[in-house]
Design a protein around this ligand. Sequence first.
Ligand code: AP5
Ligand code: MG
Length: 216
Amino acid sequence: MTTYIVLLGPPGAGKGTQAEVISDSLKLAHISSGDIFRENLKNETELGKLAQGYMNRGELVPDDVTIAMIRERLTRPDCANGAVLDGFPRTPAQATALEGMLKELDGTVRSVPYINVPSEVLVARLSGRWTCQQGHVYHVVFNPPQVTGKCDVDGLELYQREDDQPATVERRIRVYLEQTSPLIEYYRERGLLREVDGTQAIDQVTADLLAAIQKG
Ligand code: AP5
Ligand code: MG
């Protein structure tokens, strides 16, 4: 049976940073809904044009569009063993849709690690974040690249995300609290939630996440 891990946590919690390492370590695909939207934005696809306004305002892209996008992504060959989901689901409707999709794929959500980081820490993380077009993530202080402005993995130029401006970050955190945080209870009730202290150093968070996932 295929295995799916859902990484929960507010904007800036470290979902992208950790999903990269965990998916490598468990040999699962890494699916970041935000990265897929940004890729579409860059390529000026219809999906990208539709998502742009929502993303720039720090709001969620509508459920039907997001669900269809993830449904398609989950059927690709690299998801044969399963996937680490980073940024999806983000609403109760998306969580219900995911259950249905995984049933069709004869899979199940095995574990839902929740990277807990208080709001006041998130702003500092996002204002110092630099990222490459492939979604590799750095921080000027907490995780600097070896060469300033260049990605360690692929040498691509690093840029700051449009939605990391303070006013948009505030909006994203509010949207998370209103629309996404109910999923904490949703998965707790199903016995799948594993809370991890996301304020620790990056390597320690990785170790705690892997331990939490292995415990099942
Ligand atoms: P998305 O790209 O998913 O953004 P997000 O959820 O706001 O999360 P981030 O990517 O900002 O943070 P992260 O948790 O990945 O943290 P990171 O590892 O980068 O979504 C963007 C937009 O797309 C949404 O606003 C919405 O419009 C749309 N969208 C996406 N999915 C959607 C969905 N399902 N439904 C509807 N709309 C959707 O780390 C952050 C920084 O902290 C980095 O600089 C990193 O180096 C640093 N850091 C990480 N861990 C640590 C640590 N332990 N200590 C110190 N620094 C750390
Ligand atoms: Mg991310």
